[in-house]
Ligand binder design. Sequence first.
Ligand code: NAD
Length: 360
Amino acid sequence: MQPFTYQALPTRVVFGAGAFARLPEEAAAVATRLLVLATPEQAGLAEDAGGRLGDLCAGVFAGAVMHVPVATVDAAEAALRRAGADGLLAIGGGSTTGLAKAIALRTGVPIVAVPTTYAGSEMTPIWGLTEDGVKRTGRDRGVLPRTAIYDPLLTLSLPPRLSAVSGLNAVAHCVEGLYAENANPLVSIMAEESIRAIGRSLTRVIHTPDDLPARSDMLYGAWLGGVVLGSVGMALHHKLCHTLGGTFNLPHAETHAIVLPHAAAYNAAAAPEAMMRVARALSSKDGPGGLYDLLAGSGAPRGLKDIGMPEDGLDRVVELALTNPYYNPAPLAEGPLRALLGNAFEGRAPVVAPPAEAVA
Ligand code: NAD
C-alpha cells in the first residue's frame, strides 16, 4: 500500500427519487431566507423550488449562464442583497452551481445545491469566474455547498445528448482521479464505482430518458464523480479540456467526452493499475478502448472537428499544454501530444502510446 492522505468532504448528501420533497427542511437547516438560482431555461423549476420553500424563499434569480461571467455574479449578488437573503439555492447544472459558488466566494453565504446534470460541481471546492474573456479557477472550501439534494426525477428531462456528454464528463473526473498524484484508496474505490454505474446506464438513459433506475444510477455515478474531482488533483485530460474550452470556446462537456479516451491512451502505459480498473468497471478489454466504445455508443460527437475546433489551432493547444508544467503520469512531449490531439480531432479510435514513445 502506497502512503496517502485522505480528507473527507463535509457536504451533507440527500439522495433518492423524491428527495426534492425534502428541500424545505434541508434548506431551513442551512439558512433563513434563500435566493434561488437557475438558468433562464430552468426558471420554471426555480419557481417551483421557490414555492416549496415558502417563507424561506427570498426570490428567484434565473440568469445563470455558462462560464460564470463576472457581470452575472454582480447582478446575482445585488439581488441577494436586495432580497436580504442569507443563503443560496442552486438548482441546475454546473453553470448554476458555479454562479452560487462565485457569490459564496465573495459573501460567505451558504449553498444548498440541487444538481440536475452529471457535472458534479456541487461536490467540489472548485470555483470559476470569467472576466474579460479569461476564466480563472481556484479552490476554496468555503464555496462547497452545505447540502446537496440529488433527485433523479429532476434529471428525467435532461436531453439525451446532454445526458451523454455530461455523464462522460463525470467519467473523466474518475479516470483522472484513478491516476492522480494524490490518489488514495477510498477515492479510487469511488472512481471505479462511478465509472461502473455510469458505464452500465449511459446508453439506457439515452435511448429511454425516463428510465428511472438508470437515471438513479447515472446520478449516483455523478455524485461519486464529483467527490473524486473535489478530493484529488486532475492531470493532462482536464488541462487539455480547459485549454480547448478557454482558447477555442468549445462546449465543456462535449470536449471532455471526446478527449477522454485519447488522454487515457496517452497515460495507459504509465498508469496500468488505473487502466485496469477502468477496463474492469466497463467490462472491456482495455481502458481507453472501453471509454471510446462508451463515447461511440452514446451517439455524442466523436471528433473535436465536429464541435467547432479549428484544425490549425491544434499546435497552439500543444504549445499551451507544454508551457505550464503540471503533474501527469506520462511525461508530456510534443510529438505524442500532437498525435493525441490529431486523433481526438478526427474522432479516430485512441492509440495507446508505448512508454518509450511518451518520453520524447
Ligand atoms: P449547464 O449547467 O451549463 O447546463 C446546460 C443546459 O442544460 C442549461 O441550459 C441548463 O439549464 C440545462 N439543464 C440542466 N439540467 C437540466 C435538466 N435536468 N433538464 C433539462 N435541462 C437541463 O451544464 P453542465 O454540464 O452541468 O455544467 C457545465 C459547467 O459546469 C461548465 O462551465 C464547467 O466548467 C462547470 N463545472 C464545474 C465543476 C466544478 O467543480 N467547479 C465541475 C464540473 C463542471
